[in-house]
Design a protein around this ligand. Sequence first.
Ligand code: PLP
Length: 373
Amino acid sequence: MNVNSIDLTAQYESLKEEINGAINKVLSDGRFILGEEVLEFEKEFSKYCGLSYGVGVNSGTDALFLALKALRIDRGDEVIVPVFTYIASALAISYTGAKPVFVDIERESFCINAEKIKDAITDKTKAIMVVHLYGHPVDMEPILEIAMEYNLKVIEDCAQAHGAIYKLQASGCKLQERKAGSIGDIGCFSFYPTKNLGAFGDGGMIVTDNKEIFDKVRILRDYGRIDRYHHQIIGYNSRLDTIQASILKVKLKYLDRWNNLRREKAKIYNRLLKDIDEIVIPIERDDIKHVYHIYAIRVKKNRDILCEKLNREGISCLIYYPLPLHLQETYKNLGYKRGDFSESEKAASEVISLPIYPELEEEKIIYICGRLK
Ligand SMILES: *Cc1c(COP(=O)(O)O)cnc(C)c1O
């Protein structure tokens, strides 16, 4: 039996008519750039996140970059970011001229370790970028406290966490449910096709409750333009295409259902894998909703051999991520060395991710776990 890491055609088949209808409407309207679907999707997605404002952009990477620009992050500044994430998180910081400052992760959640953030703060630090990795929300409360104490901005990289929920124990108040992206100053999303909410090409969005940030990002993504003929700042060309917005508008209605299906698949995996000594299954803390963009387990021994064997048998086994950012050639100049971030290096040598997507059949999961054993 062959099992791919994801099956994008299954999702399209199930919504073919609705999506084709949406695309055809854009084709006959002819408003391919900043058409009404972009505005509508911005409103709908920001509302879904529990926020007032959304700005559609080119990609998740651009969402992060423009968020940093809107917060006036510049050359000479430093931004804290986990060392175990996709490289785009750090690249966006580098694009501004600022320096990414890496922090290790927690063993259980694979997310940034809040206890290690303070040691990385200098008088140049302007912001903390958190990454809700694999779809597991970061423990935000201690991070918000640090940000408050040191007057830092908080940017959430939500590229893997559309619809994930964190229950914030707001100071003294009762528990409050918050979607990923609505907890810090700005939430940044990617709609890359394989993400939990994916377009048929590149796309991204910034969400916020801050009107000033909203206005700034809207200008930044469109050549710094304030009206047809007037340009205020050096802006960029980074807009979400109308066609992509029309597709995402259709798909957004199904996001919660798809996330719940992912959670069901993860439960099946957990049940079948929990008693294998050499494997550590993912955790989900009681006060959060994990959306399993990736189902990652730790394999304590012979990870690479196992992964190769599974792939050879037609079962997709991927490694997110085999090399933490401080060991990437890109960031050689930052002067880090092997041994600097022990949890991230350990994770990089132990994790594998197994196929997970809403349409994945239970029998395939049973088969995969059987072969794994
Ligand atoms: C996918 C991803 C990005 C980049 O998004 P693009 O839309 O591909 O630019 C950034 N951060 C993380 C954690 C991601 O998984």
